[in-house]
Design a protein around this ligand. Structure first.
Ligand code: G3P
Ligand code: MG
Length: 234
């Protein structure tokens, strides 16, 4: 079972920052999950929330700020004084920090059905940085984006994010050419995992932060967990 650090090792360092990636490396995770969004000037940056207030000293919506404006913000101090000075990373910068041998799950965030071509930009960056390989998985709750990624570049591995118990997971997933399904842990059953395995689709669970839950999911045969505390499962 792979151990993937959720937004980096976000239990130990501010999420989606260089510090959370370095913390994950130090704590021996197999890979990383990060969230990406598009800025006002169409740059792909690593950030979870739609609005800036919770994890930065800024205000308003990320989509209304340019990269230069976002770079002025501090995205570490909200977590602890120790992380003062962490800056918003671009996806390109992130790729420079994460070793190629580690899994990298890039979760594309869009909201309110916005169509902003973020998926094209993510693919462009991965191509430019020669990072289209078996360690990259792009996921999204917006399944239209998953479809489009495969249309743009069929070699890219994609994962469907779901946070529900589907009536017929085999039927639904047959709409896509999937590498994986990433499901809220509480909705995963052994039946789901078995059905997905039959179709050669991996199952990842999030956000799994206790050994007890990890053991249950492991007994179902899942392929990996996405966790804020990657070191506690070793
Ligand atoms: O990719 C798994 C998980 O990160 C999805 O939810 O809200 O933490 O991005 P969220
Ligand atoms: Mg995420």
């Amino acid at each position: 079972m792979k151990i993937i650090a959720h937004r980096g090792a976000s239990g130990y360092a501010p999420e989606n920052t260089e510090a959370s990636i370095l913390e994950g490396l130090k704590r021996g995770c197999d890979g990383f999950e990060v969230d990406v969004q598009l800025t006002k000037d169409n740059k792909v940056v690593v950030f979870h929330d739609w609005s800036l207030g919770r994890t930065s000293n800024g205000n308003g919506f990320l989509k209304d700020q340019t990269l230069a404006e976002l770079k002025i913000l501090d995205i570490g101090i909200w977590f602890s004084k120790e992380f003062k000075g962490e800056k918003v990373l671009t996806l390109e910068e992130l790729l420079g920090i994460i070793p190629k041998e580690k899994l990298l799950n890039i979760e594309i965030k869009v909201r309110h059905g916005e169509v902003n071509q973020i998926e094209e930009k993510v693919v462009e960056i991965l191509e430019k940085k020669s990072r289209i390989n078996s360690n990259i998985i792009i996921s999204s709750f917006d399944h239209r984006i998953i479809k489009r990624i495969k249309e743009i570049k069929s070699e890219i591995q994609v994962g469907l994010l779901i946070t529900a118990g589907l009536l017929d997971i085999t039927n639904y997933t047959s709409n896509f050419d999937l590498y994986s399904v990433h499901c809220g842990g509480e909705f995963i059953s052994k039946k789901n995992v078995d059905e997905l395995k039959k179709n050669n689709i991996k199952t990842y669970a999030w956000t799994v932060n206790t050994v007890e839950e990890a053991k249950i999911l492991d007994s179902f045969g899942i392929d990996g967990i996405i966790t804020n505390y990657p070191d506690i499962f070793k």
